[in-house]
Design a binder for this molecule. Structure first.
Ligand code: DGJ
Length: 738
């Protein structure tokens, strides 16, 4: 008589006598559950993903013969076990066999120092080949986040050719599914698009190699039964923690089930696994809610602040970044004056952008000097030290722009190390922004990149912030370092090399803030963010555009990680004109910075800038550390948008409301607040009300209830009337418990 082993909560093991062996593997957070069942023949099925079950043992069929291979999906499918859908694993064994059978070997909950993190390991083996796949599921209890990754080990006597190893595989029971994905381009990143999925496969992927998230982000939202809603319905948010080529596939099969596969892209990525070698996938991060996308995003944000980004409990400083204010045209005096002005505006950290380096080939435009990381003494005779000391003397931190993965052909680096440059033999190099990519699959290049950044930081101990740019992706494919039969390793080895450098730097310089810039939005992924504090959202600093871009980012990333700056009007990218108030009200809803030359501002603009920064400091903790509630989506065709943040103890909240066009005589709808404590009383204050047209000394408030007190219940049911109607009008309201 075989035994039924029933494992509950990963720790209690019950043994029941029965005729067959079945194993329930519960992977549970406080509110979310994912359950695997091992069938009597050793196949591991995924039975359920959703709200945590109170009686998961009911998933075990009374009659095991009723488990139906045609309707129950495997936990991790491999080509060869009768699977004809896209599979999580594809490989060719050393003897040429292209099929793999993955059967249950064991599972256990790994010991953990943190009770909030429960890692379940499930080991699968091929009965005919010495090859094993281990699945790791990490359940973050309080945040209700589940991550999955897989590791394969080849113990065959010859090499195995790995064709695809997904991070995670999720199958949803028959239904209707709506996919939201995040497409875009430089200056228009993270645009949201929702489609109903029909039979067939929809693939979201990147083949750009590095800096892959600008035109499609490796994230998705699946809504079940109806289009995604903020506050109701089943929503799954997923995102791949990988900065290289990724692939997400969504296949509706002939039973109307949805198969979701996520992980690295297998495109031209053969990875021979030598005997004894292991290979790991990146993580697929999943958030589930049966109360809509709002809750799923909040869970993801809470997880990210704790586990997904660097120092997620530390409020970010207000920066002035020199790019749009000075571009390449500056000298020491320009920067010293900018620092003075930044200090007088209340800025906390000054960032010197591109253009500070290059001796033989000075970096005075984007055509030369990239790669030559020596200070241009003609421009900055006192070196960085003079600037850093000047900033410190005025109470400011100092940050520096670098782009260490790249090189201009016109540079000393390119002359010295042509073999370090990614390029295709027998083909003309394709330039992007006049630059080429360094080959980070090569350990010597990894060392160079590490030395560049660590060298600058060591020689200039006062640098508190690094803006890490990356302004091109892979178009010339080819590594002079990798042998001919290992060229397909490039995609993976580059990113692993980059992560190795990031890791060393973040360990060695734990107090330095790292920004993943990448032309804006190019490395907005949790693979890179593990080593960064934030990313630069977009080179498009226009407030109108940023409302949409930031709305997309907010689905996946916490506000403190989204760099959003106030810049000039007319905007340098879009030429849109907007008031300084509107620009502040938009940028203040994320991690605020400014991207200005202060000396070009009018006295009124300067005054607004000072007040804007002061106001942001007052609300910063709520915006950066609070929970986000999205109230009115700019995608809803109303040309309005509104969102709010609520502190964890619900004692404070900040509401943002925007009007994106002239609304004739239509009023802004009463904005119903969310996330407040219904029993608490809140005082409502408008922050930085707009000036009366043509006047600077009197304001035109956007609310009629200034200073009044309401219950959370009233504010969430009745709401607040906001008097904004024209394009570019906005309001910021502070709610304080009294
Ligand atoms: C692209 C970045 O996104 C900008 O902010 C700026 O740093 C430029 N590169 C500098 O070349």
């Amino acid at each position: 008589m075989r035994k039924l082993i029933l494992t509950l909560c990963g720790s209690v093991v019950l043994t029941l006598a029965t005729t067959v062996r079945q194993v329930l593997i519960p992977i549970e957070c406080e509110q979310t559950g994912y359950y695997l069942v091992v069938d009597n023949d050793g196949t591991v099925f995924q039975k359920y993903f959703g709200s945590r079950l109170s009686t998961p043992a009911s998933l075990l069929p009374n009659d095991p013969q009723k488990t139906n291979k045609n309707t129950d999906a495997e936990a991790y499918s491999a080509f060869g076990n009768g699977n004809t859908n896209e599979t999580a694993l594809r490989l060719i064994h050393s003897d040429g066999n292209m099929t793999t059978l993955l059967l249950y070997d064991s599972h256990r909950v790994l010991p953990s120092q943190d009770a909030n993190i429960v890692v379940t390991e499930v080991v699968l083996k091929d009965p005919a080949y010495p090859l094993q796949v281990t699945l790791f599921y990490t359940a973050y209890q309080k945040e209700n986040i589940l991550t999955c990754r897989s590791v394969i080990r080849n113990d065959e006597t010859g090499s195995v050719r790995l064709d695809g190893l997904a991070s995670g595989y999720l199958v949803l029971p028959p239904g209707e599914f709506f996919l939201t994905h995040f497409y875009g381009a430089w200056s228009a990143e993270m645009q949201m698009k929702e489609d109903k999925l029909s039979q067939g496969i929809k693939v979201i992927d990147s083949k750009k190699g590095v800096r892959t998230t600008q035109s499609e982000n490796p994230s998705f939202i699946i809504s079940v039964s109806h289009p995604a809603e903020e506050n109701c319905g089943e929503a799954i948010i997923g995102t791949v923690a990988w900065s290289g080529n990724y692939k997400l596939s969504f296949e509706v099969d002939n039973l109307n089930r949805l198969h979701i596969l996520g992980g690295r892209n297998d495109f031209l990525s053969d990875y021979p696994l030598d005997p004894g070698a292991t290979f790991s996938s990146p993580e697929l991060i999943l958030a589930y809610s049966d109360c809509g996308t709002g809750e799923a995003s909040r869970n993801l944000h809470r997880w990210a602040r704790k586990y997904g980004i660097q120092d997620g409990t530390m409020p970010r400083p207000v920066v002035l970044n020199s790019w749009e204010g000075a571009y390449f045209s500056f000298d020491e005096q320009t920067i010293l004056k900018m620092i003075d002005d930044a200090a007088s505006m209340g800025v906390e950290l000054f960032v010197l952008d591109d253009g500070w380096f290059g001796e033989k080939y000075p970096r005075n435009n984007d055509k030369a000097g990239l790669g030559d990381w020596q200070v241009n003494r003609k421009k900055l005779p006192g070196g960085l030290k003079t600037l850093i000391d000047h900033a410190h003397a005025r109470g400011l931190g100092f940050g520096l722009w670098v782009e260490p993965e790249m090189v201009n052909p016109k540079s000393e680096l390119a002359e010295k190390h042509p073999d370090w440059i990614v390029g295709t033999p027998n083909r003309e190099p394709i330039l992007m922004r006049n630059q080429l990519l360094l080959d980070l699959s090569n350990p010597a290049v990894q060392e160079f990149v590490y030395n560049t950044v660590s060298g600058v930081l060591r020689e200039n101990p006062g640098i508190a912030y690094i803006k890490w740019d990356a302004n091109r992706h892979v178009e010339n494919f080819g590594s002079a370092y990798l042998p001919a039969d290992r060229q397909s390793h490039f995609w993976i080895d580059y990113i692993r090399g980059l992560y190795g450098v990031y890791e060393r730097l973040s360990e060695e310089f734990p107090d330095v803030i790292f920004q993943a810039c990448s032309s804006g939005g190019g490395r907005a992924d949790y693979g890179a963010l593990k080593y960064h504090h934030e990313f630069w959202g977009s080179d498009n600093t226009d407030a109108y555009s940023r409302i949409f871009i930031n709305w997309g980012f907010s689905q996946i990333f916490p506000s403190m990680a989204i760099g959003s700056h106030v810049s000039f009007s007319p905007n340098h990218q879009t030429k849109n004109v907007s008031s300084i108030k509107f620009r502040f009200d938009v940028a203040m809803s994320q991690r605020l910075g400014v991207e200005l030359q202060p000396k070009l501002l009018t006295p009124e603009e300067l005054e607004w800038t000072r007040r804007g920064i002061e106001t942001y400091k007052r609300i910063r903790d709520v915006v950066q550390l609070g929970d986000l509630y999205r109230l009115i989506s700019p995608y809803d065709d109303t040309d309005r948008a509104s969102m709010m943040y609520v502190s964890e103890d619900q004692s404070k909240a900040v509401l943002f409301a925007y009007s994106l066009r002239y609304h004739y005589r239509e009023d802004y709808p009463h904005v119903r607040l969310q996330g407040l404590d219904p029993d608490k009383q809140y005082r409502v204050t408008e922050l930085m009300p707009a000036p009366k047209p043509g006047k600077t000394d009197s304001t035109r408030p956007a609310i009629q209830c200034e200073g009044e007190t309401f219950s959370g219940d009233f504010l969430m049911k009745y709401g607040i009337k906001i008097l904004i109607r024209n394009a570019g009008e906005s309001a910021v309201l502070e709610l304080t418990e009294i």
